[in-house]
Design a protein around this ligand. Sequence first.
Ligand code: MG
Length: 295
Amino acid sequence: MNASEWMLPILQERQPLLPLDSKIRPKFQLLDGLRAIIFDIYGTLIVSGSGDVGSVDQTDRSQVIQRAMQFVGVEERLDRPVMWCDLRRVIERMNAERKSDDCISPEIDVVAAWRRVVDEHGWTAEEQDVATLVRLATYFEAWANPTWPMPGASDLIHRLSSSEIALGIISNAQVFTPLLVEDLLFSEKNRPPVFQPDLCFFSNRFRHSKPGPRLFNALANALQRRGILPQEALYVGNDMLNDVWGASQVGMRTAWFAGDRRSQRRRSSDPRCCELSPDLVLTSLPQLLECLKLP
Ligand SMILES: [Mg+2]
């Protein structure tokens, strides 16, 4: 079994999950001169139970942890059960260790977090094997944060990929996230890449997350190398802070995707979002096509 097979449960454990009406009013306008569109993943191209990678809310997921531990055969190696607060504490500690003026929004490696959690519960780092840790992280994520392709996502991406517009991704992500993206693209062999590799930025690879500036700055540099100005690029995401504010800081145009009540994040109490006005407010992905002049 290879590493990507360890992560297959992220696809295999899914159940259909439809977006919930957000009751937000869409805002359209025709956007001229776009040369790149960059997408968020969770809550935008995929329906996400928690609205982000991992579990951002406070719901106690101890039962899901026990189930995943049992399923991958870790339970009997521990001296006591792992609880939700144990995982949260480790993640908070890992973030605190990395936080600095240069890294205002750290990102963890979730497999490393699980490694530390089980080590503290008696399955020591010397005894651990990476396959079991990746499977544990994957099953927990699949069950705690169920996902399903957002209606219209595949069609939208394929329609855009046949235009001149370059496509990219900035996503708060973990090791299994690219599988969800590949699934949206049908993984057809011999297809030219739909998302341009130089325009794709996953937070776990940088150990920086949104809304910190690192990923958006890296994107702005990559656009510049292609001769694309920030205002010729549109960022589409479900979170007014992580996505709309973050992208606006590098001068990109923005679309707030408010197509699912679970994940639309208005962030109205955050001062950074009070005066923010995205160019578009979308309540379904196909609406984006109505705002573009495609041949
Ligand atoms: Mg998102």
